[in-house]
Design a protein around this ligand. Sequence first.
Ligand SMILES: [Zn+2]
Length: 294
Amino acid sequence: MTLVHHRHDGDGWVDCDCGQRHWGRFGAAGLLLVDDERGALLQHRALWSHHGGTWGVPGGARSSAETALEAALREAAEEAAVPPDAVRPSHAWVEDHGTWSYTTIVAHLADPARPVDARPADPESLDITWVPLDSVGDLPLLPAFGAMWPRILASATAELVLVVDAANVVGSRPDGWWRDRAGATARLRDELSLLSPVPAASLGLPATHWWPRIVLVAEGKARGVPSLDGVTVIDAPGSGDDAIAAAVASAVTDRPQDHVIAVTADRELRSRVDAAGGEHIGPSTLFELAGRRS
Ligand SMILES: [Zn+2]
């Protein structure tokens, strides 16, 4: 066991507007890792710690330089030996008190064939163990975590999948795309690769924000653009609409718990997406998520 305490400028108590004291001058964050096979990775908190003996997730104070995701991944590595690159964030719940906030990052295995070998890695844990999702509520949970658990549980295995109609989205901006369709599709792919996390409210989703998996469907002369990390490009062999409807249908069938949203303004395609069990948004909503206007 490595006994390392990593000090940083976020270590300290905050007297919060809610009347309580919380740990973390810049807020705190934790990682809830959910494995489809084993359940949730929980930390049995050391007896000397705040609410000692209860169960929660690996987590702790954010430094001034860290995002909530960075802090959660660092804490999970320090406390539970979870390799940051072995997990992929799905969505986050933010408990915002104004003067302080706690962000729970719900993450899944980056590669289901590469299970995470988690274990107590510092003295803050009595144990680090996998608990089946339907048994978590039976444990004595850290009060703040326990209060949120029913909401967290309802979406714990869900991911957000965006299936993007490249021709329709590229065509919604008169930026000269018609001169080089593959080039315009590659630029859209690059924009999409930076699209995370997205606010849940603008998509009508639970939680606070989501890191989408993105499937970009290209057709005709726009084909041949390679995939990037986080953006899978599919070349439609024939009709782009057929390929998009098929991508939505297979995503819904493979993982019914996921939120599968097509991005297209095409009305006929939207009705095919509805029939396949997906949802849809228009290109302008996508650009708003990307922090820019069409
Ligand atoms: Zn508070």
